[in-house]
Design a protein. Structure first.
Length: 304
């Protein structure tokens, strides 16, 4: 069995972030890259983003931000349950985690969509912390049929050292629900830099809440060294593999073992086929079993 620990969909009431809002660097209007260059562009974008992480590359990405924004928006806007299930069937993925991202992709809508295929799709919930009653919303979220929590520091404007995030973690502990908390990490150039970078804030968050299992999304993307440093010091941190090439996944496994790695694709923002291929190439059969299924089943409480 294979479990994809990180997927997105768009729902009827989803609303993508405004490119003129505070979430992105300044972005002029531009057509998505696939509308300019054709379907082969998706493979090219994924290949470059996966393998090219030098300072010069990051500067280039920043210059290409409008094109990248257009491509990623198109991928997300056109992703739905049917498309995800089709990709899962094509790639022999039996179960997937689907994340809400309030206020842009409402958790309630994701829950409703996933309920149509019980035992196959599992929702991670979210709240909009900019709302005055965010703590009540978070408390209400914990009463829902969710399997984890998702935070995206850049889009939700919620740095990992935010007092709001700490308050929500205290509520989570008090609730008694042992839900994993997925954190978007990596300095993706399309976003403006946070006041406190994730790699500086994450160690304190892990130390403050050792009772909570956190997942380092994308294993830090361009900075897996920082993700590994945190994982070495904090056993409550798992690393998720999306956007990472085989050589990096192999290194993650060698340094912290396969027991704290999770296969994720970030579908549709990254190719599920490519993400799964990278994990297969990096790991032996026993390791692959843990990373692609066993670890995720344990965190989700599936009892497989």
């Amino acid at each position: 069995m294979i479990i994809d620990f990180h997927c997105h969909i768009s729902t009827a009431d989803s609303k993508m972030p405004d490119p003129d809002g505070p979430y992105y660097r300044a972005l002029p209007a531009i057509k998505p890259v696939r509308q300019v260059f054709g379907p082969v562009a998706q493979e090219a974008v994924d290949a470059v983003a996966e393998a090219w992480r030098t300072p010069a590359a990051l500067k280039t990405y920043r210059n290409l931000s409008p094109m990248i924004y257009g491509e990623m928006s198109l991928r997300l806007e056109t992703a739905n349950i049917a498309g995800l299930l089709a990709d899962m069937a094509d790639n022999n993925v039996q179960k997937s985690v689907v994340v809400g991202l309030d206020p842009f992709v409402p958790t309630l809508s994701v829950l409703k969509a996933c309920a149509a295929v019980p035992g196959v799709l599992y929702t991670f919930g979210s709240v909009d912390s900019k709302q005055a009653d965010f703590l009540k919303r978070f408390d209400d979220l914990l009463t829902m049929h969710i399997y984890g929590i998702k935070f995206h520091s850049d889009l939700q404007e919620l740095p990992l050292d935010s007092p709001k995030l700490s308050e929500m973690m205290k509520v989570l502990i008090k609730s008694g629900r042992r839900l994993p908390v997925y954190l978007h990490t990596g300095n993706f150039p399309i976003y403006p830099p946070l006041e406190t970078p994730w790699d500086k804030a994450l160690p304190k968050l892990l130390g403050d809440f050792p009772e909570i299992t956190f997942v380092c999304g994308h294993a830090g993307w361009e900075n897996p060294d920082a993700a590994l440093r945190c994982a070495h010091l904090h056993p409550n941190l798992y690393l998720e593999t999306s956007w990472q090439p085989p050589a990096t996944i192999r290194r993650l496994c060698d340094e912290i073992g396969p027991e704290r790695l999770l296969f994720g694709s970030d579908y549709p923002l990254y190719s599920q086929r490519r993400a799964l291929r990278n994990v297969r190439r990096a790991l032996n059969d026993e390791e692959f079993g843990l990373v692609s299924c066993g670890n995720a089943a344990g965190l989700l409480g599936l009892g497989l």
